[in-house]
Ligand binder design. Sequence first.
Ligand SMILES: NC(=O)c1ccc[n+]([C@@H]2O[C@H](COP(=O)([O-])OP(=O)(O)OC[C@H]3O[C@@H](n4cnc5c(N)ncnc54)[C@H](OP(=O)(O)O)[C@@H]3O)[C@@H](O)[C@H]2O)c1
Length: 342
Amino acid sequence: MSGRKNRQWLLVSRPEGMFGEQNFKWVETSIPALKDGEILLRNLWLSCDPAQIGWMKVDTYTPKVPLGEVMRAIGIGQVVESRNDGFKVGELVFGFVGWQDYAVVGGRDLNAIQGLPPHTPPELQLSLFSTGMTAYFGVTDIGRVQAGETFVVSSAAGAVGSIAGQIAKILGARVVGIAGGPVKCEWLRKEAGFDAAIDYRAEKVGPRLSETCPNGIDVYFDNVGGEILDEVLARINLHARIVMCGAISDYASREYRPLRNYPLLITKRGRMEGLIIFDYAAQFAEAASVLGGWYAAGRLKQNVDIAVGLENAPKTLARLFTGENFGKQLLRIADPPLAVLF
Ligand SMILES: NC(=O)c1ccc[n+]([C@@H]2O[C@H](COP(=O)([O-])OP(=O)(O)OC[C@H]3O[C@@H](n4cnc5c(N)ncnc54)[C@H](OP(=O)(O)O)[C@@H]3O)[C@@H](O)[C@H]2O)c1
């Protein structure tokens, strides 16, 4: 493509604990001519997701990124060349685009690329309509929260957690959020409408859970695992549901910490259930309509934290592990699409 260079971050070694720039190589390559069936995307936005550290390290619900290949990332790109009748030049698409300026997509990889729904701002597609989906299905399908129940969520000011808590509130629960720092906790109480917030960096989580959840905990939406999960387990009610969404407090460690209080699940007939959002793909359209309706009615607040520049991809992703991000962390890597391309 007209001698343009493609800047890419390749994964070149697997982090043992936390990742850093040493695990990646910054390269500039040329863009190959398209073959029949392929499309060329100019990437505009990248989503930063805690799962990416897992994709660097191990096979999970998806195979780990092969060494020497472009780091996997969800994002939004614009079709700038197409040899595929299903994709028109100028169209915006989202899916797995990778840490690179341009993505050549063809064959089976096209299954992971879809057109952006009309009139959807990219920021909202990568937040409310992506991580918000995780929150939606976690709360409604696994948590099955009922009006009047006590719902606790960790990483509560983050992309998934903030939406999970607000959905539980809409469904009539009493909602307590656990987050790091006074600014995030104040936002939860004043802006997101949570009933209480616990600053796990400054307060003792166990005693504060006892204070803020005097009737025990019915649903816990777990984004962090570790000690916070243990403190919640010690306070669950009969038939409690624990939504196992994430365990970010251990992702940068070499191993997961053991739980002391899991036998409470036996006596309380509780249930812990894992969630992988891709299992709900067939129901995304239905959930988007519900989430979009709540958002348009001003019932859901979504913070989006935007960094700029492909060269900043590793350090922007790292913000998730220090809590520097406030809401959905995105990386804008190119200017908005040019109208001339449509
Ligand atoms: N299962 C699925 O399908 C699925 C899909 C999407 C996301 N997830 C999971 O959902 C969770 C949240 O993801 P997200 O995209 O919404 O990210 P996020 O919550 O917007 O950002 C990550 C947050 O994690 C918190 N954190 C980092 N280290 C921590 C620690 N040691 N202890 C406690 N909190 C810590 C930080 O918040 P504080 O400032 O509050 O510490 C940070 O802001 C992650 O565990 C992720 O893996 C799962």
